[in-house]
Design a protein around this ligand. Structure first.
Ligand code: FAD
Length: 455
């Protein structure tokens, strides 16, 4: 491809970490490339801003690495533009040689049990989005008047939810949690949080760092009924497997929590329950009880199945959060996994509903591989995607494409107010300024209109 407009034009959809890492990999692996990062919100960073817990500010500082990528001369940021609403995939493909979807997994997996729509039952995404100030979740209200809450799931997202419900308000005030969320949490009547999983302590997906942090909360006692630590033979084999150092660390922390069982305390309590599978949410007009099947594990090590024993157990609680997984967005014409909505691909190239690879269309990050790994895992994933794209590149760049200016012009005709990275820096500075008087890292704007009003 030669001529004045001979650059390889790439559009990356979604400015979470994966979007930035794809842009970085292109800048490093491809000469004469222009990458346009398109993000539905005015602000970048995806779940680093709206998922990672507000009291984990150190992790959020990865944004400075992402900012450096946005400043590459080959990279342009276009916020406040939604694929599927403001622009279609076909239109993007007419402007860009390569389109990479890094749209994440914005929806919670539902449990599919009766009563899930009762007031008081919430998916993790809405609570996490709400306390992190995501504009889509600010109209959700959480009634924290009940003395007990149930958090379903044994992964780190469930720990985040349990910790936020249990931390003292003074500890949370130092975070960048929104003032609106802080004022609701300050009135919380919750005394006990039940953190419930359907498998045993050896199978829990917590990482030791997160579970250890739970045990260090100022205002909270964490306990486990020691009966749960009496594990079956297959679980013992799993625990003692050479590859399972993390599992053994978790287990020794659980043993410490076992010593707290039955202690009375003025503190809030987190009770970690195992071998309980949610069966129904029960209540007249709002949640009153969560019913669980008591389970057992059967089968050889690492292949144990969860079996309902026929016995049930009830926890009386007015609030429940399901933290059992995330689901991706379906895009018309693209094949997705039934299990979690991940985009089906062959060497990162997206497949049509007929299973045929669509030229020029790729994915990276959670949208491609599902909700796994830490922020850095998305960097490797993005690099892999770009390596795969480079294998196809000669087929993709036969003729010039107009790229960023043509897209901006079309969005202008559609009266879309695009946000540049310089605009975002103005919004960012105002948020930091608002936070100063409150002694916080920032006070986020929680509506798109308020963000746009800054620029
Ligand atoms: C509650 C929670 C806590 C976490 N805590 C940690 C932690 O402590 N440590 C850690 O390492 N990792 C943590 N993670 C994981 C980490 O956040 C993810 O690995 C990472 O954010 C995934 O990056 P991504 O870019 O693939 O997706 P996302 O971060 O979800 O980014 C996707 C982006 O795409 C945009 N988008 C979606 N649809 C469209 C569309 N149609 N048009 C335009 N843009 C669109 C979204 O607005 C978003 O900005 C946590 C995740 C969650 C959910």
């Amino acid at each position: 491809m030669t001529g004045p407009n001979s650059k390889t034009q790439v559009a990356v959809i979604g400015a979470g970490p994966s979007g930035f890492y794809v842009a970085e990999a292109f800048a490093n692996q491809c000469t004469d490339v222009e990458v346009t990062m398109i993000e539905k919100l005015p602000c970048p960073y995806g779940l680093v801003r709206y998922g990672v817990a507000p009291d984990h500010q150190k992790l959020k500082s990865v944004t400075s690495t992402l900012d450096a990528i946005a400043e590459y001369p080959q990279v342009k940021y276009l916020g406040n533009v939604t694929l599927g609403q403001d622009i279609s995939l076909e239109e993007l493909q007419s402007f860009f040689h390569i389109v990479v979807l890094t749209t994440g997994m914005p929806n919670s997996t539902s449990l599919g049990i009766p009563g899930e729509h009762l007031p008081g039952v919430h998916p993790a995404t809405s609570f996490i989005g709400w306390y992190n100030g995501h504009p889509d979740f600010q109209d959700t209200s959480f009634d924290l008047a009940s003395p007990a809450a149930v958090v379903i799931g044994h992964g780190n997202v469930a720990i985040d939810v349990a910790r936020i419900l249990s931390k003292s308000i003074d500890e949370l005030r130092k975070s960048d949690m929104t003032e609106a969320a802080l004022s609701v949490l300050a009135e919380s009547q919750i005394k006990t949080v039940h953190l419930v999983g359907r498998r045993g302590p050896v199978q829990a997906k917590f990482t030791p760092k997160e579970i250890h942090e739970l045990g260090k909360l100022e205002n909270c006692l964490v306990s486990i009924d020691p009966k749960h630590l009496d594990i079956n033979l297959s679980s013992s084999v799993e625990l003692n497997d050479v590859t399972n150092a993390l599992g053994r660390k978790n287990f020794s922390i659980f043993q410490e929590f076992g010593k707290h069982f039955g202690l009375s305390s003025d503190k809030k309590q987190i009770v970690i329950d195992f071998m309980m599978k949610p069966k129904a949410f029960i209540g007249e007009n709002k949640l009153q009880t969560v019913r669980f099947d008591i389970t057992s594990l059967e089968g050889p090590a690492f292949k144990q199945s969860v079996i309902a024993t026929g016995k049930t157990s009830d926890i009386h609680a007015g609030l429940a959060f399901s933290c059992v997984g995330f689901k991706g967005t379906a895009f018309p014409g693209l094949m997705t996994s039934e299990a979690n909505g991940a985009l089906k691909h062959s060497r990162s190239g997206l497949l049509s509903e007929l299973g045929v690879k669509i030229p020029g269309l790729y994915a990276a990050g959670w949208a491609k591989r599902g909700p796994q790994g830490v922020v850095g895992t998305n960097r490797e994933c993005a690099q892999d995607t770009v390596v795969h794209i480079m294998e196809d590149i000669d087929q993709l760049i036969k003729a010039p494409k107009p790229g960023h200016p043509a897209l901006v012009s079309l969005l202008g005709e559609r009266n879309i107010q695009c946000v540049t990275f310089s605009d975002w820096k103005v919004i960012n500075a105002k948020e930091i300024e608002r936070g100063k008087s409150l002694g916080k890292p920032r006070e986020k704007f929680t509506s798109v209109a308020d963000m746009l009003a800054c620029i």
